[in-house]
Ligand binder design. Structure first.
Ligand code: OAD
Length: 256
């Protein structure tokens, strides 16, 4: 793993050192070392029987609101108990060290913000920003999740219209927040270097972001324990854990 990093590191470090605008694009793998299971990992307990892809839809919520709300509350509870890992901290450090960094994340957690990043484009919303399914009014969580263990849970009701409260995440079949998506595409097309970290790159339209950048001439680096197929000369795959590779990159970059 490290041999490959050494092999490409001088080009990669040069690309980072010369970049005026770096995009960091993250997926569930960046939170994995904090103890948050990725979407395609096997789940445990009650949730082992369910495919997350089939819980993350409006149809699933309407068919069984307690199941879907309970699943998101279980994830929210898990997130409240974990902390940013060295990958999040390294990305926050990049924002401080480099002239311009745009952070784009598919994650619905707040670990980038807790690590110190001042801005992140959340393409798939936030698990901490629920709203009414019917009228869209934001809902304020009252403290920690009510559940202590993995279980179905009835969603709260909207103060205004009594509609069911839903998680503030983007479900399959729903549109991404327009402002965040436009800003993300514009950043990808205008950056000099893009680090794509911990994403399987299969969920559209977010999955287009690395190729938009490489087509526009940016150096694109995929950081993932699995080899990521590369299609252009300005594209690299660095195999390894985000929490190991990113701190090395930050340490090596010459930016003050
Ligand atoms: P996935 O769960 O699809 O992929 C996680 C990726 O992280 C995989 O490629 C893993 O190999 C990689 N990985 C695991 N551990 C890692 C580590 N320590 N360091 C680096 N990489 C690691 O997650 P996403 O690509 O984020 O959408 O999934 C995209 C979207 O699909 C999610 O935002 C979510 C999901 O369904 C919605 O909720 C709409």
């Amino acid at each position: 793993m490290h041999r490959e990093l050494v092999q490409i590191s001088s080009e990669l470090i040069k690309a980072l050192d010369n970049a005026k605008h770096v995009v960091v694009f993250t997926g569930a793998g960046v939170s994995a070392e904090s103890g948050v299971s990725t979407f395609r990992d096997a789940l445990s307990g009650l949730w082992a029987r369910f495919d997350p892809m089939q819980l993350a839809t409006a149809e699933a919520f309407l068919a069984d609101p307690e199941l879907v709300w309970g699943w998101y509350e279980w994830r929210r509870q898990l997130l409240l108990g974990v902390v940013p890992n060295p990958a999040h901290l390294a990305i926050a450090r990049l924002e401080q060290k480099l002239p311009k960094v745009t952070l784009i994340t598919q994650n619905v957690d707040d670990l980038h913000e807790r690590a110190g990043n001042t801005q992140a484009l959340h393409l798939h919303g936030s698990i901490f920003a629920p709203r009414c399914f019917d009228c869209g009014r934001p809902h304020a969580f009252a403290g920690a999740p009510a559940m202590a263990s993995e279980q179905k849970l009835e969603p709260p009701r909207c103060d205004m219209c009594d509609g069911m409260i839903r998680p503030g995440v983007v479900w399959f079949g729903e549109s991404l927040p327009e402002h965040a998506l436009n800003a993300a595409f514009a950043a990808a097309e205008n950056c000099d270097c893009l680090l794509s970290v911990g994403t399987s790159g299969v969920v559209q339209p977010a999955a287009q972001i690395p190729s938009l950048a490489s087509r526009a001439g940016a150096t694109v680096v995929h950081i993932n324990p699995d080899a990521v197929p590369v299609h252009r000369v300005n594209e690299y795959s660095v195999q390894g854990l985000a929490g190991e590779i990113l701190p090395l990159l930050v340490q090596e970059t010459q930016h003050a």
